[in-house]
Design a protein around this ligand. Sequence first.
Ligand code: ZN
Length: 340
Amino acid sequence: MMFPASIAGSLPKPAWLAEPNKLWPQWKLAGDELKEGKLDATLLALKWQEDAGLDIVCDGEMSRQHFVHGFLEFVDGIDFSNKVEMGIRADRYKAMVPVVRGALSLRGRVHAAEARHARAHTARKLKMTLPGPMTISDTIADRHYGDCVKMAFAFADLLNKEARALEQDGVDVIQFDEPAFNVFMTEVQDWGIEALHRAIDGLTCQTAVHICYGYGIKANIDWKQSLGEEWRQYERIFPALAQSRIGQVSLEAIHSHVPLNLLSLLQGKDVLVGVIDVANDKIETAEEIADVIAEVMKYVPKERIIACTNCGMAPMHREIALCKLHALGAGVKLARHRFG
Ligand code: ZN
């Protein structure tokens, strides 16, 4: 299958499950009803993606409130009741973050219910996402390890445990979300990739890392404006990623200031190319999507291109997100016809 289509991970939650259009929505259900609602929404997410013609589908992250905290909720050693203010992503945002106060350990499985439910209800390839160790350690305060690298590796061990279990559940692709990778470029080379290696240790399924310039929220838009005409952050980390054992790299392309010729630095990797803008409600046309794919084909062999969204769609309006999923399906169809 040429140009398989996938999404970065999240989709808007139905309004009966959680507050819509929010990055940090409050659940509208509780207890067993919430558990059931999350799985019902997972089915909906699969159906939306299948109907749109996507080839590698996700659970839509329907069971997590936030892409990092959905994992942290299951980790012991973290104090959520006395959060502290911290500048994250090199001070781009101030956020109230939980605090690590003891040795970290996993309180059982994190995503078993939704992964197994999704596996039981789709025959397509299934991808599950987890936050990356560097991004997690940039989103939490440390009062125990005294060394953020040590803490990141402790998280990597927990991620590895969950990732191995997800593989057992029948998941085909495990993706780690590392938006911190284009902020801490030196650290990525020093230890970020090694932490990811720890997280994927022993996996035989496909592995991916998603790097991006964030959702379309104000702090990100302001930051992007400070980056200048060309966003060349990837230039510093792609050579190291090309050498890594991660199989796939997911990044934004459409409407982005990333010079696409940087993708030639990802030799040997499958590239999940963002052809859907999640920071803009305008629906992409199939032609626009095929044009981005054509441009990327100059730098990435076509059999290594996977068409994807720029980032997660969780905060978007549901109708817009659905139209964009269909645009993605139509775009790859046109690209296959044109370049197949
Ligand atoms: Zn992203």
